[in-house]
Design a binder for this molecule. Structure first.
Ligand code: ADP
Ligand code: ZN
Length: 288
């Protein structure tokens, strides 16, 4: 039996299951401080004979195995989590192999194994929620270099009629600052869920996301693009993305039919937790 943790900024999803994507039991725990949240996670796993744990975490995280701070959450503003040694804590507690990556890389792995990119060795998973993050599978591996990618913070061209300054605490009008859930609320004065009938909201959202996708496509050439996260529940963003992406790319690259190429997660809300179980499996097979 394997353990998986999808560690998000608002909630932790913990599950036990196997590498076939079967989930036997799961719980959700609010993300408060490590002192409060982690003991509840440990208590859940203590009921099961788990052989490995996979963690897909909000970030930034240190995923470089050579680094002295491998397995830490690094520069988050979330109280208590900065420099938190995530992997170490679970290694000490359970003495089993721990797999560790970003929440979005885990989701990409889940989708490529059982979801919308099933059987593909390349895909991109993007979440548009409280923040924007993306994980990529490239030639079967979760993309990692010096650290992990931070594709949500790329700069995009502001729409000439969009006066909103953006709200990324680091970059102001980066993609996340202009297009994540809080930016929608900041620009239009209401949460996305209350703006369902405002066509201009979703038209503009598609304009920004399409710019980002253009860059990702030109740089990574993914075989499938999966868009998850709360904001992407607004399915009306998809046609706007397709329209703008066509305009931006101008037939320069040949792509599959966009409605089949850029899609919702095949695993729904379970992409991340399924990926976490797969991270556990990877850690286990590496150790054996
Ligand atoms: P998180 O990013 O914290 O894991 P979500 O992916 O649910 O959680 O993202 C939360 C953000 O998405 C909030 O800004 C919220 O307003 C927005 N959001 C959630 N559901 C919807 C929806 N159905 N339509 C539009 N925006 C939504
Ligand atoms: Zn930013």
């Amino acid at each position: 039996m394997l353990g998986g943790i999808e560690a998000g900024g608002t909630k932790f999803v913990c599950a036990v299951g196997d590498e076939n994507g079967t989930i036997v039991d799961r719980i959700q725990i609010p993300t408060t401080t490590p002192d409060e949240t982690i003991p509840k996670v440990i208590e859940f796993f203590e009921n099961y004979p788990i052989k490995a744990i996979g963690i897909g975490s909000f970030g930034p995280v240190d995923v470089n195995r050579e680094s002295p701070t491998y397995g830490h959450i690094t520069s988050t503003p979330k109280p208590g989590w900065k420099d938190y040694p995530f992997v170490q804590g679970f290694e000490d507690e359970f003495g089993v192999p721990i797999g560790f990556n970003t929440d979005v890389n885990a989701a990409a792995l889940g989708e490529a194994t059982f979801g919308a990119a099933k059987g593909m060795d390349s895909c991109l998973y993007i979440t548009v929620g409280t923040g924007i993050g993306a994980g990529a599978l490239v030639q079967g591996q979760m993309l990692q270099g010096h650290s992990h990618p931070e594709m949500g913070h790329i700069l995009v061209r502001r729409h000439p009629e969009d006066p909103y300054q953006g709200r990324c605490p680091y970059h102001g009008d980066c993609l996340e600052g202009l297009a994540a859930g809080p930016a929608i609320e900041g620009r239009w004065g209401q949460k996305g869920m209350e703006l369902v009938d405002r066509k201009e909201v979703w038209e503009l959202e598609g304009y920004y996301i399409a710019q980002a996708l253009m860059k990702y496509i030109l740089i990574l050439s993914p075989k499938k693009i999966i868009l998850g996260g709360g904001v992407m529940n607004q399915k009306q963003v998809f046609p706007s993305i397709y329209k703008h992406l066509k305009e931006f790319l101008r037939d320069y690259v040949s792509l599959p039919e966009l409605s089949e190429y850029i899609v919702s997660p095949g695993l729904g809300n379970d992409a991340g937790i399924t990926g976490a179980l797969l991270l556990a499996h990877q850690a286990l097979t590496k150790e054996q």
